[in-house]
Design a protein around this ligand. Sequence first.
Ligand SMILES: [Zn+2]
Length: 66
Amino acid sequence: MVTCAQCAAPAVIEDLDAQPPAPWCLGCATTLVRAGDPVVNYRPLGGKDEYARVLAGGSTAVLPFR
Ligand SMILES: [Zn+2]
């Protein structure tokens, strides 16, 4: 199991623009999308690509409005 570069959560994607490729969990990847700096060149880890939904639909699919 690969863990996120930023926290201890399991990584769902790997940022291929980083050198070496940086693993991100869904929470941290979503934070980057919200910050306007989404990871676009990536490889999904673990078979299903939940992050694609975040990228396509923005962050509201994952995090509720505050
Ligand atoms: Zn994380």
